[in-house]
Design a protein around this ligand. Structure first.
Ligand SMILES: [Zn+2]
Length: 289
């Protein structure tokens, strides 16, 4: 009962899989089985760019289920595949591919009636974050040039492993403020990634104040709620199960219950336990105050 009351005011869910033959319909049922009221999915495998037409996703049946369970389409999150690299200045064919893939991905998200698309900004491949950030701006301008949908590209805060761009709020602010259609660029904050990037996640007031000063809190559209296997500043990006990592349950709950984050969907991407998704138990754990 306590959980039910809590979840009425909080958008919480997890990554779910999109499988044949029912695709979005089975993904939604999976989310509901976890006690979730939102979810995140990849439109195909996260590590490749092979995509089946969204006409096969069972959109109509899914939307009926949304209605039945009062699921808000505006809070559903799509994650772009992490292999596309908009920060690539080394191989222009890969940059071009990232641009054209993202254009199609936005179209898919729009056709599905969703709004939030999470994107890893990319890797500067050893050339430094300034060069990387500039390339991302160039890429996003190309992607959005002829796009008049209302899909928001949510750049994810990254751990800073390898040449990852988006390790600091400043880098994301730079990208957002330089993109021509900056109103289309928002942010997805990942608790594991910012911990690994060097932020003290437990000090939520400082995190939110800094975010507001540097980027603007109204730009925060998605939260990834993950524990971390590594200490602050490790630049690793290894997610741990809720309460089993260096961040801990109490700290993660601050992000679940903070009034300033009320409208932001909270998505778990924690590892499977014994080949099974842990999300039902972890959502219950997070909502228990
Ligand atoms: Zn991500």
């Amino acid at each position: 009962m306590e959980n039910k009351e809590a979840i009425n005011n909080i958008y919480i869910g997890s990554h779910v899989s999109l499988n044949a033959p029912d695709y979005l319909l089975s993904a939604t049922k999976e989310a509901l089985s976890f006690g979730a009221n939102t979810f995140m999915f990849y439109t195909g495998a996260p590590q490749n760019t092979i995509r089946i037409p969204v006409s096969r996703f069972k959109i109509k049946e899914t939307k009926e289920l949304f209605k039945k369970y009062s699921i808000n389409s505006d809070k559903i999150v799509v994650h772009a595949p992490y292999i596309i690299n908009l920060a690539n200045t080394v191989d222009s064919s890969k940059f071009d591919f990232a641009v054209s893939f993202l254009r199609q991905e936005i179209k898919r998200v729009s056709e599905l009636g969703f709004k939030l698309l999470v994107l890893h900004p990319g890797s500067h491949l050893g050339l430094g974050s300034e060069i990387g950030c500039k390339r991302v701006v160039e890429g996003l301008d190309l992607v959005l040039e002829d796009d008049d949908s209302n899909v928001l590209i949510c750049l994810e805060t990254m751990a800073g492993k390898g040449g990852e761009v988006g390790r600091t709020f400043e880098e994301l602010a730079y990208i957002i403020s330089h993109v021509k259609k900056s109103e289309r660029i928002c942010v997805c904050l990942d608790t594991c990634h910012i911990n690994d990037a060097g932020y003290n996640v437990d000090d939520i007031e400082t995190i939110l104040n800094d975010f507001d000063k540097i980027i603007g809190l109204e730009k925060l559209k998605v939260l990834h709620i993950n524990d971390s296997q590594n200490p602050i500043g490790a630049h690793k990006d290894r997610h741990a199960n809720i309460g089993k990592g260096t961040i801990g349950l109490k700290t993660l709950q601050k992000y679940i219950f903070h009034p300033k984050l009320k409208e932001v969907p909270k998505i778990l991407e924690t590892p499977y336990i014994d080949s099974k998704p842990p999300y039902k138990e972890e959502i219950e754990l997070l909502l228990k105050s």
